[in-house]
Ligand binder design. Structure first.
Ligand SMILES: [Cu+2]
Length: 485
């Protein structure tokens, strides 16, 4: 081959590579939430709340397929009680939740009460119970009197099917009352917004797959296609607006109730005063420019408007690693600041003085968990999830140090049911004590140390820990733990 042919071929190869690279970037951008028009036309509406009466909150949730409309477009969704934004369960420590879960789907389902410090046994927060199609399951969840106030949520937790059920819409919020006892009394008069972030894929982009079982035969079900774009919503609304006056302070509680998506929350022109996360109020308030929200996490914020104007509440563009996903910048809502100025309230420095720093306690045991992946499979300590095994057995009263290693090139996020974890070290760096988490983001190639207090009587029983990217959980990255007396 002569030189000019070789250089032509070389140029052609370069052009093809450039085109492929551009296509990859384009597909990566598409795989996140898509950007809709930037004009905000409707006010943000808080979800409807279901309240307890005389210590009891009794409610029926029917899971069923339906349709929702977003910006004039129809979406197939799986809904509780026909609503994409089902009731927010408002509980008071000491309450009992009696929840009847009716399964109107064509597959098994159940419920998990994410982040709640409640029993995993019997008909409480027991993810090993299953409602078959047509069945109704009764849950009775006793909220301990010393339960943390804050933000929690409910979603299906069936082995192998959590991702599609949550991504089609099955999730809702839980609020445990008690925030206003932690803030100066004047905060009770401030506007208080709940923001549940859900993302959904259009009906045309849903894949249909066949499931077969001995009892039910072959059924056709939906499964979302992770390569296709998803519509981001706040309380089921696209880019709603939040009205505020200059100097006014509001309380915003943001829940990531999606299946797999990460958010990197930012408000243009403002700092966010974070007062808590994952259902635990902070020891000290932190002013932040942006806040990473892995799947399943919640943040609680004080927002103080600086000046008149329109300010976008966004998720900033981010990547979960070279083997992970890329998410584009998306406007979630618009803060519209106008009207007369109000004297700004002093932002409190401290919120919660009732937290134990477990580094002051005796560690009774140490364990290591290594998160790895292969093609289409995700492991913890080289094992795939088996609901009939017990991978970890812990004696009630133990306070253990767990080292979690992410040996892969993408983020995972560690979640355990029933208990709060204290993050003490990330990649050898000590972490200042400020509270606890129920979801801990694991950057690619990272080593994290946690303190796990298995100290409360209600923890006795079998439950799970797993990656809260539900696609990873469904493909094996979950294990069973039993707390024994
Ligand atoms: Cu993962």
């Amino acid at each position: 081959m002569n030189i000019s042919t070789a250089s032509f071929k070389h140029q052609l190869k370069l052009d093809i590579m450039k085109t492929i690279a551009a296509l990859i970037v384009y597909l990566a951008i598409l795989s996140g939430c898509k950007q809709k028009n930037e004009t905000s036309t409707e006010p943000l509406k808080n979800p409807e709340k279901a309240f307890s009466k005389n210590g009891l909150l009794e409610i029926t949730l029917e899971a069923k397929e339906g349709n929702i409309q977003l910006a004039g477009k129809s979406y197939t969704a799986w809904l509780y009680n026909g609503s994409y934004m089902p009731p927010l369960l408002h509980l008071i420590p000491g309450d009992t939740l009696r929840l009847h879960l009716a399964n109107g789907l064509n597959m098994q389902t159940n419920l998990h009460y994410h982040g709640m410090n409640v029993s995993p046994a019997g008909n409480s927060d027991n993810i090993f119970r299953i409602a078959n199609p047509g069945d109704t399951l009764l849950y009775e969840v006793i909220v301990p009197k010393n339960h943390d106030a804050g933000t929690f949520w409910y979603h299906p937790h069936t082995c192998g099917n959590s991702e599609q059920q949550v991504s089609l819409g099955l999730s809702g919020g839980i609020l445990v009352e008690g925030l206003f006892a932690k803030l100066p009394p004047v905060f009770k008069q401030q506007k208080d917004y709940i923001m549940l972030l859900k993302d959904i894929q259009s009906t045309e982009d849903l894949k249909k797959v066949f499931l077969c079982s001995a009892e039910k035969g072959v059924k056709e079900v939906y499964k979302f296609d992770s390569e296709k774009p998803r519509q981001c919503t706040v309380n089921g609304q696209i880019n709603p607006f939040i009205s505020i006056q200059p100097g006014e302070t509001q309380i915003w509680r943001i829940f990531n109730v999606g299946a797999n998506i990460y958010y990197n929350i930012h408000l243009d022109g403002h700092q966010l005063y974070q007062i808590g996360e994952d259902g635990v109020y902070y020891k000290q308030v932190k002013a932040r420019d942006s806040i990473l929200m892995p799947p399943g996490s919640r943040i609680e914020l004080l927002v103080q408007a600086k000046k008149t104007g329109e300010f976008k509440l966004k998720t900033l563009a981010m990547s979960t690693g070279s083997d992970g996903d890329s998410y584009p910048e998306v406007i979630l809502a618009t803060m519209i600041c106008k009207g007369s100025s109000i004297d700004p309230l002093p932002i409190p420095l401290k919120v919660n003085d009732q937290l134990i720093d477990y580094r002051t306690k005796t560690i009774t045991g140490k364990r290591t968990f290594r998160f790895t992946e292969g093609p289409g499979v995700f492991y913890i300590n080289n094992r795939l999830f088996n609901r009939d095994s017990i991978d970890t057995r812990v004696k009630l009263g133990s306070i253990e140090e767990w080292t979690i290693i992410n040996a892969s090139d993408e983020m995972h996020c560690f979640h355990i049911h029933q208990i709060n974890m204290q993050v003490v070290e990330i990649n050898g760096k000590q972490i200042e004590f400020n509270g606890y988490n129920d979801v801990v983001n694991m950057p690619p190639k990272s080593i994290i140390k946690l303190i796990m207090p298995f100290t409360e009587e209600y923890m006795v029983g079998k439950f799970v820990y797993h990656c809260h990217i539900l696609s990873h959980e469904d493909k094996g990255m979950m294990q069973v733990i039993e707390v024994v007396k």
